[in-house]
Design a protein around this ligand. Structure first.
Ligand code: SF4
Length: 63
């Protein structure tokens, strides 16, 4: 699997929960009400889906 980097901008995340519901292996909702990234080793496509469906484009996936 290609290496890639995932980041989240907590300033723009509105805590909608879409990423955690689309890609629960890699995303969860944190105590602060924002999304938190769980793993670096999981499915890239799942992270891309989460990034594409985030309404505020807060998730970045760099290959
Ligand atoms: S989908 Fe985007 S705005 Fe919604 S919780 Fe995830 S990172 Fe935050």
């Amino acid at each position: 699997m290609a290496k890639y980097k995932v980041s989240i901008d907590k300033d723009t995340c509105i805590g909608c929960g879409v990423c955690a519901s689309i890609c629960s292996e890699n995303w969860k909702m944190d105590d602060d009400g924002k999304a938190a990234y769980i793993s670096n080793d999981s499915d890239l496509d799942c992270n891309k889906d989460a990034a594409e469906n985030c309404p505020t484009q807060s998730i970045k996936v760099e290959e």
